[in-house]
Structure formats: C-alpha cells, structure tokens
Ligand binder design. Structure first.
Ligand SMILES: Nc1nc2c(ncn2[C@@H]2O[C@H](COP(=O)(O)OP(=O)(O)O)[C@@H](O)[C@H]2O)c(=O)[nH]1
Ligand SMILES: [Mg+2]
Length: 395
C-alpha cells in the first residue's frame, strides 16, 4: 500500500523529486528455483489433508505479491488471505488512512470472489490455466477472508486465530483442522506460524525465520496453534504446516521486480543492490525527502546519496573511499525494518483495484509458462551481456 504522499517540494525547499523511475528492461526478472518447484509439488501431495490455506502476502506490496501459481495450485480450498507486516505500511499516526486502505482491499477480495481459479492439472509447469466465469455462475459461497497482521501486535494475531477457529468449528475432523501457510518468499510465513503459536497457546517458536528469503526449505511438520475446545466445537485442535516460499516463474513487469526486490522477496543481489537503493531513494523523495535528512540533503542522484550515507555511517573502503555497495545494503535494510519511513509500494485505490479486476476478468494479466520464462530470461541475459560489451568497447 502506498503511503499518503506529502508535497515533497514544500517539505524540502525547491527540491523536485523524479516523477518516474527509469528501470532497465533487462534486469533479472525470474527467480524460480528448484526448491520453489518442489515446494509446490509437495504442497499438492498433502493437499487432501489440508482444510484451510493461509495465504501470506506482504502488505507493502499487496497486489504485486500475488502469486497466480499458488492461486491455481491451491484452488478450491478454504482460504484466508493474510496481509502480513501491516506495521510497515504506514506510520502509527496514519491509522485512519490505513484503515481505509484495508477496507479497499477487503472490498476488492469480496468483489473478485466471482472469478474462479481452476485447480491446475497437477504437473509442475505453470500453465496459467485459469477460467474466468461470471459472478455467481458456479461460484459457490465466497470462502476467502482477509486479515491484516503485525506479528508484534497480539490483537491482530488473535483476530486471525478467531477467523481460523470459526473455520475449525465448521470442520468435522478426527485429526483436527490442518492449515497450510503459503506465500511468496520472505512474506513472513514462519513468523506468522510462531506468532499464532505464541498468542494461541503461549508456546515458544517452532519455525526458523530470517530477513532473507529461502530460510524455510522444506514443508514443516504440523504444529499445533489452537488446542482442543469442545465447547467451541473444536475437538482436536488446529495444526499449521509451514512451507517454503514460492516465487513466480517470470515477473512480466520490471517495476514489479523492483518492488519485490526492495521488500526482500527475492535474494539480495539478484537485482543490483544499488538499483534497489535508487528505487528506494525515488520512493523516499516522492513521500518525504526529510526522512533521510540525518544522512544527506535531498537528492535524486543515487551516487551522491550513497556517498553521503557511507560517510555518515562509516562505510568506507581503504583510503576513506565511500563504499556505495555497503551503503546501499544498509539503507535497504533500514527501510525493511521500518526505520527509514513506513510505506507500501503498490497503489491501492479504487481505480487501481478496479483496473486489476478488469484485467483478471478479461485474462489480460500476463501469465507466463516456465518454459517461456526460461526463454525470456535467456534473452534478457544476452541483452545484458551485449550492453556490457558495448559499454566496454565504447570505454
Ligand atoms: N515488522 C514486521 N516484520 C515481520 C513481520 N512478519 C515477519 N517479519 C519479518 O520478515 C522477515 C521474514 O520472515 P519469515 O517468517 O522468515 O518469512 P518466510 O520466508 O515467509 O517464512 C523476518 O525478518 C521477520 O522478522 C511483521 O508482522 N512485522
Ligand atoms: Mg519461512
């Protein structure tokens, strides 16, 4: 969710931020790894034992972190969409604005419930096979609920536990309700499982978490998060299974790849960290360049910015030369922790959601098969090499 924009020019004299971010179309746009594919096939294998899917999406990229692969692989299951890290979307002072953003997303999910995502045929290639039907036609009841969490705010976790309990009460199972936590890499899946267990049962951490994607490599064993509660009609409790993140085979839009890199959904370095830091600077400038006043005067020049940050934070190489790479890594980490402004990157507005839904209905949203993804990545790699060669020849 994009934070409310401040008039940058007024908060910083005559400074004018860039209106558009120029992104090279040849940046790497695929990150579909072996363990993403195997996670997907192990999920399918246990799906018959799963009564509920908890689909995690990073609240800072609520639209960009949608993964159609998961949507098709897990189609037909009861689902709760969990927008994680909601604390990183807006400062606490913007709580009313945040509530409106949440409501927009809730409305969007309820409106799109008429679009049916067909379960795929079970092989590991992403066929993008989806059929859009008119609302009501075979849609059945809308079983998608939307919840926003901040793992450090027990109230938000309790809210999710209550939603899960409602599903568990309706489930008649000898082994208890099993829920699968899924989502893109680094969306906060393992953290969520731990938080559910901590708030639900006062039990310690059961899953390893970390600031980089790829910490969880295998499907976990079921972990209890809700105990037996006969009065509530929950005979055997609720168990949650953690899964590794699954990325999309190919990100059609280079801007989306930047957003996913900035929030930490792809491994650092895949998109050069200085490019990611420049994209962050672009966003900081649009909102409030004074947010980095402790390091630098307002600037649109990433090298000037990184040099200033490196000097301020002592990230210097031999001879006192500023290390731009270390400075870039540092600012990106600071932002991810919410220490350099709290804002989302997707435009969540009535218009943007309407447009997204229109594209979903008409099938206009680009879906790329794994093979097509490999081909495109190969072409992009060639273009990158050619550009490098040209630059070297010109030098
Ligand atoms: N601020 C904040 N950080 C979170 C939240 N949930 C997860 N994180 C952080 O996001 C990163 C990824 O979390 P992890 O659970 O390992 O993600 P996974 O790869 O989806 O399992 C970690 O650094 C977590 O501390 C949240 O609600 N708020
Ligand atoms: Mg994990």
């Amino acid at each position: 969710m994009a934070a409310p924009l401040k008039a940058a020019a007024t908060s910083a004299g005559s400074f004018v931020p860039r209106a558009v971010f120029e992104v090279s179309p040849s940046i790497t746009r695929s990150y579909f790894l072996g363990h993403h594919a195997s996670a997907l096939s192990s999920m399918r294998k246990i799906l018959s034992n799963i009564g509920l899917v908890l689909e995690c999406r990073d609240s800072r990229v609520p639209l960009t972190s949608t993964n159609p692969l998961l949507e098709t692989a897990l189609a037909g299951r009861d689902r709760i969409i969990v927008y994680t890290k909601s604390d990183l979307c807006a400062p606490a002072s913007a709580s009313r604005w945040m509530e409106k953003q949440k409501q927009l997303l809730i409305n969007y999910h309820s409106d799109r419930s008429g679009i049916i995502f067909e379960a795929d045929d079970g092989d590991d290639t992403y066929s993008g096979e989806r059929r859009n039907r008119n609302r009501g036609e075979g849609a059945g009841p809308d079983n998608t609920k939307v919840v926003f969490t901040d793992e450090r705010n027990p109230r938000t976790i309790q809210h999710l536990l209550n939603a899960i309990k409602t599903r568990a009460t309706a489930t008649d199972s000898l082994t208890g309700l099993r829920a699968l936590v899924v989502g893109m890499p680094n969306a906060g899946k393992s953290t969520l499982l731990n938080a559910l267990r901590r708030v639900g049962l006062s039990l310690p951490k059961a899953a390893r978490t970390g600031a980089q994607p790829g910490i969880t490599r295998k499907l976990g064993t079921p972990v209890r998060v809700i105990g037996e509660d006969s009065r509530a009609g929950i005979e055997q409790g609720v168990f949650v299974v953690d899964t590794p993140g699954v990325f999309v085979p190919y990100v059609g839009d280079a801007g989306a790849m930047l957003k996913l890199s900035l929030v930490g959904c792809v491994k650092d370095g895949l998109v050069p960290v200085e490019v990611v830091a420049d994209y962050l600077l672009f966003n900081l400038n649009l909102r409030d360049p004074s947010s980095y006043a402790a390091f630098s005067a307002p600037t649109n020049d990433i090298q000037e910015f990184l040099d200033a940050v490196a000097r301020r934070t002592g990230k210097l190489q031999k001879g006192g030369v500023p290390s731009r790479e270390q400075a870039a890594e540092w600012v990106v980490q600071q932002w991810r922790k919410g220490e350099l402004g709290r804002f989302g990157l997707d435009d969540v507005s009535e218009e943007s959601l309407k447009e997204k839904m229109r594209k979903e209905r008409t099938g206009e949203e680009e879906h790329v098969s794994l093979n097509q993804a490999r081909k495109r990545e190969k072409e992009a790699r060639k273009a990158r090499h050619a550009a490098k060669r040209q630059a070297a020849e010109g030098a």
